[in-house]
Design a protein around this ligand. Structure first.
Ligand code: MG
Length: 245
């Protein structure tokens, strides 16, 4: 049965078939490429959701004037390759106004990253002022979590319960994660939501799956990413060149 673009089919995914060529083999060979690996079974559905609303070189172009002019009330940010170099410890010094935007800007903000649990905790320390969003697909249905001002919606015991229910991380692309961000930030209109990120198949597709708008930025400090992730980024850009407008 084909996956709906919004469904999470990783658990039921069929083994790789002979249709997967050497590129996919390389992709499957590394944990760093979990995002792309998850997207491959949904690729046919996702390629119609990869067109960004806006395109910028960097997040420096996304300022209070732009947000106000476009009527955005919520902005959901990717982190690595968007706000900073890969697994850096803070927003890059080239974007000094981002923190001002978080604190005093005309919209409410949240972080939407496909990071692992350890990085999630790190990002909670880097961005205490805005919520970090996360979701899990479990045997009992999707579970959503956020970390904000040092407070986690889930205790360690609750997280262990998620694991015991075969919980797997809901990763971008996911319209559900965007809608969860809207709920956390009290926004009902997806057109008032901007998703900012550097990847078509994760950030931009998430926005489009939720009916939100998006801003695609060039991957910041791509040289800092592991080779395996750079490979997936090049592959994704190639997919966009073939299937995007
Ligand atoms: Mg990124």
């Amino acid at each position: 049965m084909a996956c709906n673009p919004e469904s999470h089919c990783t658990r039921n995914r069929a083994p790789q078939t002979r249709h997967d060529g050497p590129v996919t083999f390389i992709v499957m060979a590394t944990e760093h490429l979990a995002t792309l690996r998850q997207s491959i079974p949904r690729l046919r559905q996702l390629i119609s959701h990869i067109e960004p609303t806006f395109r910028f070189d960097t997040v420096a172009d996304i300022d209070a004037s732009f947000i106000t002019e476009q009527g955005f009330r919520v902005v959901l940010w990717d982190v690595d390759g968007t706000l900073m170099a890969y697994h850096a410890g803070d927003v890059d010094a080239r974007f000094p106004l981002i923190r001002v935007l978080f604190r005093d800007g005309p919209a409410r903000h949240a972080i939407l990253s496909n990071c692992d649990e350890r990085r999630f905790d790190q990002l909670g320390q880097i961005f205490p002022e805005i919520p970090l969003l996360r979701g899990y697909a479990t045997d009992e249905g999707p579970v959503f979590r956020h970390l904000w001002h040092g407070t986690d919606t889930h205790t360690s015991e609750a997280l262990r319960h998620i694991q015991s229910n075969r919980g797997t991380q809901i990763r971008k692309p996911s319209g559900e994660l965007v809608r969860y961000g809207m709920r956390v930030l009290g926004e009902a209109d997806p057109q008032a939501v901007l998703v900012v990120g550097d990847q078509y198949l994760t950030d931009i597709a998430s926005a489009n799956l939720a009916g939100a708008r998006s801003a695609k930025v060039s991957t910041f400090r791509q040289d800092t990413f592991p080779v395996s992730i750079r490979l997936s980024q090049h592959l994704e850009n190639a997919i966009y060149r073939v299937f995007g407008s």
